[in-house]
Design a protein around this ligand. Structure first.
Ligand code: BF8
Ligand code: SF4
Length: 657
């Protein structure tokens, strides 16, 4: 008994060490009082496997599993003779393939929906943004002028279907990449044919006894990742804009304070926006609002989490309760009457927490069921059947609330919804919409460069802290930051997604933000919306003055608190597109291997971008800034300017914000 107590004490969670999100911290304390366990607790109790953490094991056949020695990576090979470089690159490849499959399957679902809308078989959705439909069609050579919307849409569908199913040739959106970037891809056999083929090809190579040349494997990783970034994800973003509307800046609230004690609270958590869009229809249905009132509620409060939440935040200003590491904590409030999930980043642990607090948890997607969780399947042909039923269940739970409710009184406001199209308009105005002012300000040095800070939160590092510290240092050094996914929610909670946050930026960026009235941190949507960042990069190249390919641009990317395989795929498509991309937390790789050298140096020598790895936000910032400066120098636009290091007083000032 004594011993048990001892172990328990050693494993106790020190809340202030695991999150800087005050709302999550408050809920973790409550969870402990309530005897409820979360992923934070499990992470504290379970150390990562040290061999897996460095990707030194292979279980691709039953001669193994084989375990190599991390301290002496070339001292041993697997039973089949596979070297550490083969093993590491194959493990990496499987992450890329899985991440790409997740995004492209999401994109394909949007494509299915689009086809059915265009064919008139689905009436609950429509083509909302005809202008965007025409722009996307034009960008890949579909005839637009003088044609009916439906005819354009039919042709666009046929073209985009090739993104997935084509067996030979180049995916349609490869045309959107700058010529030099495309040439680099062609030179290394990295232009995707179709996503299904590339994912299949990559997985084939990782089978025992197939591709055992790590460089060759990495080229197919690039090809597969590009099939995601410039393929599956880009199709998801573009079709979602066409059907649900292209985001324009909208003021919205984030954090758990968005929950309302006197209303029926419903959270949608996941990735495919169609469920959420229909839910929005349902919560505005007068009969359901009346039903909520009849149950004693003031109304129905619809709130998002994770990526579909980020899309709804950007498109419609729907409040957002928090990022990935807050999805269990939010239920600890006791105020969530129903949570409906679709696919990706849905912790199985949600089921237990929901049970503890009586939240009605529903899976809705045939690809993502959870043992013991009720399933109400969502069908696009009759979407309201599912979404109305979720509301009816939430109302019943509201009526039967029995536990005390504690909602953290924390709410932050921000401006979201900076689509590529809006950035164009914002900078150039209606009559001369263009990235020219951005390029000009980069060339004249007011803006030093652009950074994409994206990705997850992860209980292995202090939630939100790395994102926030990194972004603060970047903007302080005049680097404009664009964001997606959970990272953007971290910054929104820290109050940096407002035009007023410009005072935290360096003098050059501050001036530009104040002139345009924009925040120094631009939230552009969900993780599939990283494709918007690719388009922005392509546009910066097209406007001119900053080189001929994306690899020439003074830009860099980071996923400082990453956890998912999708993040690895995103990292690889940014690298393959020419961007220096730094990952935090820890990365499954051994520094003393040729595979490590390939990712961090070799790819850049071939004309791609490269990977970087670091844990500390200030170190990550330093790496990104040094890279941006290197690119400025190569472009001949390097003015003598020093990196501004924050002294203690500065930091305290920033922390007080
Ligand atoms: O796709 S940032 S934790 S929610 S994987 Fe997941 Fe990571 Fe969040 Fe969205 Ni993206
Ligand atoms: Fe071991 Fe080779 Fe089999 Fe992997 S494929 S488990 S390294 S024998």
């Amino acid at each position: 008994m004594e011993k048990d107590k001892d172990t328990k004490e050693k494993q106790a969670l020190i809340i202030k060490d695991v999150t800087t999100c005050d709302a999550t911290a408050q809920m973790l304390a409550k969870a402990e009082r309530d005897g409820v366990e979360t992923a934070f607790h499990r992470a504290a109790a379970m150390k990562p496997c040290p061999i897996g953490a460095e990707s030194a094991c292979c279980k691709h056949c039953s001669m193994g599993p084989c375990r190599l020695v991390t301290k002496d990576p070339y001292g041993k090979v697997g039973i089949c003779g596979a070297t550490i470089d083969t093993i590491q690159s194959r493990n990496f490849a499987r992450m890329v393939a899985t991440g790409a499959a997740a995004h492209t399957d999401h994109g394909m679902n949007m494509l299915d929906l689009f086809r059915e809308v265009v064919n008139g078989n689905i009436k609950d959705y429509a083509i909302k943004d005809v202008f965007k439909l025409e722009e996307v069609a034009r960008s890949i050579g579909v005839e637009v002028d003088g044609r009916e919307v439906r005819d354009i849409a039919v042709d666009l569908y046929r073209e985009l279907e090739r993104t997935y199913t084509q067996v030979e040739g180049e995916i349609p959106f490869a045309k959107r990449a700058p010529q030099k970037t495309l040439e680099t891809w062609r030179k290394h056999g990295a232009v995707p044919r179709g996503a299904m083929r590339e994912i299949m090809d990559l997985l084939h190579r990782t089978h025992m006894g197939v591709d055992q040349d790590f460089e060759n494997i990495i080229h197919q990783c690039s090809r597969t990742a590009i099939a995601d970034g410039w393929g599956g994800s880009m199709v998801a973003t573009e079709l979602s804009d066409i059907m649900f509307g292209t985001p324009t800046p909208v003021k919205a609230e984030v954090n758990m304070g968005c929950l309302k004690e006197d209303e029926v609270n419903i959270i949608i958590h996941g990735h495919e926006p169609n469920l959420f869009e229909s839910m929005l229809d349902s919560v505005n249905d007068p009969s359901l609002i009346q039903a909520a009132r009849d149950a004693g509620a003031m109304g129905i409060n619809l709130v998002g989490m994770c990526c579909s939440g980020a899309e709804m935040l950007a498109r419609h200003g729907i409040p957002h309760a928090g990022n990935f590491m807050s999805t269990e904590a939010v239920m600890v409030t006791g105020a969530v009457d129903a949570m409906a999930v679709d696919v990706q980043c849905i912790k199985q642990g949600l089921a237990r927490v929901a049970e503890c607090y009586g939240t009605r948890l529903f899976t809705t997607n045939p690809r993502c069921r959870i043992e013991g969780v009720a399933h109400i399947e969502f069908h696009e042909h009759s979407p309201r059947e599912c979404t109305d039923s979720i509301i009816e269940n939430a109302i019943i739970r509201f009526k039967n609330r029995s536990l005390p409710i504690e909602i953290p009184k924390i709410k932050n406001t921000g401006i979201f919804g900076f689509s590529h199209e809006y950035i164009n308009y914002m900078l150039g105005g209606t009559f001369r919409a263009s990235y020219t002012p951005l390029n000009d300000n980069i060339i004249n040095g007011r803006i030093r460069g652009v950074a994409g800070v994206v990705g997850c939160t992860n209980p292995r590092v202090k939630q939100d802290w790395v994102h926030v510290e990194l972004v603060k240092e970047l903007i302080r050094n005049d680097i404009l930051v664009v964001q997606t996914g959970c990272s953007q929610i971290a910054l929104a909670k820290a109050g940096l997604c407002t035009p007023e946050a410009a005072h935290l930026a360096g003098p050059g960026l501050r001036e530009v933000c104040e002139t345009v009235g924009m925040p120094p941190v631009l939230g552009v949507g969900s993780c599939v919306d990283n494709s918007r960042i690719l388009i922005a990069c392509a546009e910066m190249v097209r406007i001119g003055g900053l080189g001929a390919g994306i690899a020439d641009l003074p830009v860099a990317g980071a996923a400082p608190e990453w956890m998912s395989e999708k993040a690895v795929t995103i990292g690889q498509y940014f690298v393959a597109s020419g961007v220096y991309t730094v990952f935090g937390v820890t990365f499954p790789i051994i520094k003393e291997t040729r595979f490590y050298r390939l990712l961090t140096e070799g790819l850049e020598e071939m004309g791609f971008g490269k990977w970087g790895f670091a844990v500390d936000p200030h170190e990550i910032a330093g790496m990104m800034i040094a890279h941006i400066d290197k690119k400025r120098k190569a472009l001949g636009i390097d003015k003598a300017r020093e990196r501004v290091l924050m002294d203690m007083a500065d930091r305290q000032k920033l922390e007080a914000v």
